[in-house]
Write a protein that binds this ligand. Structure first.
Ligand code: FES
Length: 129
């Protein structure tokens, strides 16, 4: 994809977020904020013990945070938990496909941080994403 196609895809995810909402009950739920702006994302996940069977996100934030969370939901839906645990910052940045400035990195990683905090029960350090 070209840069402009990636940008269009990000805007589309922002305007039409995938897997937006909540799951009640969920096997795990976590929410956290981007400390730089106070924006918040919640992620709810259902599993069959081995695979993610359903996933939703909710909350508010800038276009990058919302689009990245939406893209992340598509990356993890239906996937084995072991693979989800292994998703890295680089994997998500590759899916985003556009350069993310250091100032926006916490926006882009907010959903991934919340997802991993839900899986592990504690928020990951920024270095471990
Ligand atoms: Fe708040 Fe991006 S400015 S998450």
């Amino acid at each position: 994809m070209t840069d402009s196609l990636y940008r269009e895809a990000i805007l589309d995810h922002f305007r039409n977020p995938r897997n937006r909402g909540t799951l009640e009950p969920a096997d795990f739920t976590y929410e956290d904020v981007n400390p730089l702006c106070g924006d918040e994302i919640r992620v709810d996940v259902r599993t069959d013990g081995e695979n993610v069977t359903d996933v939703r996100f909710s909350g508010r934030g800038c276009a990058i945070s919302q689009a990245a969370a939406s893209i992340l939901m598509e990356m993890v839906d239906g996937r084995p938990l072991d693979e989800v645990k292994a998703i890295s910052r680089e994997d998500l940045l590759e899916e985003l496909g556009v350069p993310i400035s250091p100032a926006r990195m916490k926006c882009a990683m907010l959903g991934l941080k919340v997802l991993k905090a839900g899986i592990y029960g504690v928020p990951p350090s920024d270095d471990s994403l």
